[in-house]
Design a protein around this ligand. Sequence first.
Ligand code: UDP
Ligand code: MG
Length: 343
Amino acid sequence: MSDPFLSIVVPCYDEEASLARLHARLTAAARMAAGDSYEIVVVNDGSRDASWEIILGLAENDARLVGINLSRNHGHQLALTAGLDLCAGERILIIDADLQDPPELLPEMLATMEREQADVVFAVRRARAGETAFKRTSATLFYRLLSRLADIAIPRDTGDFRLLSRRALDAFLSLPEQARFIRGMVAWVGFRQVPIPYDRAERQHGQTKYPFSKMMRLAIDAVTGFSTAPLRLASHIGLWLVAVSLLLLIYIAYGYFSGAVIQGWTSLMLVVVVLGAVQMFVLGMIGEYLGRLFIEVKKRPLYIVSEIAGQIEGRPSLGHVAQARDKIATSESPGGNGTRPIA
Ligand code: UDP
Ligand code: MG
């Protein structure tokens, strides 16, 4: 099979209940948008249920389905990276396996990309059905905080549901970092990126695979990956404390010379506790950056693949991040005429 026009990349972790329905809906949407020239790349991220067996079964009956089985659970962002590494399409759709993002939006996304000559069309959530108030509030607060801290504009209320052009994807694949906050990295890549609004549906089957701990991890990856503002916090706090300590110094000197110095347990404890807390907090923050630096420096592969199902002859091998870097210069823009300069 020659390289398809459209690739749909789906990471999945314990999604056995969704897969058949997902495959049917993705196939219908892809046929409508790209005729026969599409592929569906499903990445099994170390599922503990029968997801991989189901993917194998689907791949047996569908030559357009490619399955990648990772060696263990690597996490959503790395699983997605594996799929993006392997896919071969000119247009690449990223979508969740739980059908919260409607595949039926695909034709509109493709049309928007052509019309606007865009390299990225990202779906912005208008409504989020069936999500807890906590998830909604924390997501809103997080995106607000991030856009204040980050050095680049990362669109709010946007997940990974988006359509990329080949050259945007190749540029994305040239970013080698381990701590991957994909929506931010895609924003960093630049080119013309346009939003398209949609209503986020409820999860069809099973529970969210993003418990609080994973959400926190992603949030910290996002902040540390795109901003060094927290590292400057220590100097900001330090400056304020210098001002406060000057005032205290006057008070202390006055106490000494007037002979009233024994009392003051409360104020002493206050200073000790507050300073201790601030120091620990700032130290922890430096630790977050240092830990990530350590992980990056090791330069381990982003993920390990154990099996691949489907037809992938003639493709670059998995983990071709470095090769992708060379390809950027030669990729065409979505306009298809290849004349747009690479900005
Ligand atoms: N996912 C994954 N690995 C993980 C966690 C999640 O591949 O470790 C996949 C999951 O199967 C789904 C997508 O990432 O396709 C988004 O996860 P989920 O729907 O649970 O997140 P939410 O929509 O609740 O934020
Ligand atoms: Mg979901």
